[in-house]
Design a protein around this ligand. Structure first.
Ligand SMILES: Cc1cc2nc3c(=O)[nH]c(=O)nc-3n(C[C@H](O)[C@H](O)[C@H](O)COP(=O)(O)O)c2cc1C
Length: 382
């Protein structure tokens, strides 16, 4: 059985979203205010719809703890939907190009996109953000930090070295930004781009980056294809609605360079670092080699396509009559790249926590600590 398992349930306008997380070790103190902060971040960002102001998501724990600490049993929770109008909502007759509407109707053999979009909607990602916010509390107990930020929106890019330039001020800088971007000078361009798209009744995509800091080497594996952490992290990012591209480190850029300008030289570390006597001259691999973490920071990027719901609907068909009509408009974001970056952080946290527990797993946090410390001692001797 996998060391960590999770699932979500709930429709966009149903009573609530539900999440279940199995495999967190016993004895972990869970900070629920921390989960609510991540939920609020998912609802933020410039260019979102009014729904985000209606919702104000909060986690309500249902099981898995006593006196604030995990028991080792499944942790489950609900997030109430303030807009729970699923039974009263109209049937949209025109599927939106770019959304799940038409393919979902064809899959189930129904002519009512409402039956599809209620679950296909990215509202589900609120539950995954909560799951990720719980999982990352395990990682943080071992000095692992996850950090996401927006690097491009509608073709407007932040400076390439924004993460490095931000240094220790990164969280403050990002949380001050309406775009969750680390380049204050790009802010005006991004705002103008979103305002322009709103005026043109259009929508925008973009790119975000997720970094993993303090990640030990050797998470994941190469013995079977399914163990490869690069594949698992890629799948996690691709599981976010609207993600159409994922890069690790140099990503597609590596394809055009000679090997000497791609691979990261191994150097002696003197004094030794937290993970032993070696270090890398560069981190073009983005912290992953051979399907495993290599002790360098994780650097992952995801490209999000523009929101499919457009005020000026693209050509579509009325499913009842077959007539050509523009796709219907419902309340929608103009862009959700900042929100998607929060979801990206969450899904990376889940996969990383899963890999961490595969390597160091025990029934209690203390047992995980023991396994982790023993392995670190061995590494120092390597
Ligand atoms: C955080 C987030 C918010 C989103 N908000 C909307 C929205 O308001 N309207 C919309 O049409 N699509 C929205 N999307 C995108 C759709 O969910 C996505 O385009 C759709 O599921 C189809 O994508 P796929 O082809 O990758 O499955 C959002 C996506 C994310 C990650």
């Amino acid at each position: 059985m996998p060391r960590l398992r999770w699932t979500t349930a709930g429709e966009s306008h149903g009573a609530a979203l539900v999440g279940v997380l199995e495999g967190l070790p016993a004895g972990m103190a869970l900070d629920l205010a921390r989960v609510d902060r991540e939920l609020a971040r998912r609802q933020g960002g410039y260019g979102r719809s009014k729904r985000q102001r209606i919702e104000q998501d909060r986690i309500e724990l249902l099981s898995g703890t006593r006196a604030g600490k995990t028991l080792g049993s499944p942790v489950s929770f609900r997030i109430e939907n303030k807009d729970a109008s699923i039974e009263r909502l109209e049937v949209p007759a025109t599927p939106r190009p770019g959304h799940a509407d038409l393919a979902g109707c064809q899959k189930y053999g129904v002519a009512d996109p409402r039956l599809v979009l209620e679950r296909a909607s990215a509202r589900e990602t609120a539950a995954r953000v909560a799951l990720g916010a719980l999982a990352r509390q395990l990682l943080e107990a071992f000095g692992i930090e996850l950090f996401s930020h927006v690097t491009a929106l509608g073709g407007e890019e932040a400076r390439a070295d924004a993460f490095e330039a931000a240094g220790e001020a990164r969280a403050e800088l990002r949380d001050r930004s309406d775009f969750y971007c680390l380049d204050p000078e790009a802010e005006g361009r991004l705002r103008a781009r979103v305002d322009g798209a709103a005026e043109e009744q259009d929508s925008l995509g973009g790119v975000f980056e997720v970094r993993g800091l303090g990640v030990p080497p050797g998470l994941g594996g190469y013995a079977q294809a399914g163990e490869r952490l690069s594949a698992r992290l890629g799948a996690a990012l691709f599981s976010i609605p609207a993600i159409k591209g994922v890069e690790i480190g140099l990503g597609f850029g590596a394809a055009a360079r000679p090997g000497s300008a791609v691979h990261d030289a191994i150097l002696p570390a003197d004094p030794p670092g937290p993970f032993g006597r070696f270090r890398r001259a560069t981190n073009r691999a983005g912290g992953l080699e051979g399907g495993m973490t290599n002790g360098e920071p994780l650097v992952l990027r995801a490209a999000m396509k523009p929101i499919p719901t457009l005020r000026r609907g693209l050509p579509s068909v009325d499913l009842r009559t077959g007539a050509a009509v523009p796709a219907a408009y419902q309340r929608s974001d103009i862009t959700a790249v900042p929100a998607a970056s929060v979801v990206g952080e969450a899904v990376v946290a889940l996969v990383l926590a899963e890999a961490f527990l595969e390597k160091f797993g025990g029934d209690s946090l203390e047992q995980v600590r023991d396994a982790h410390s023993a392995w670190l001692r061995g590494l120092a001797a390597l």
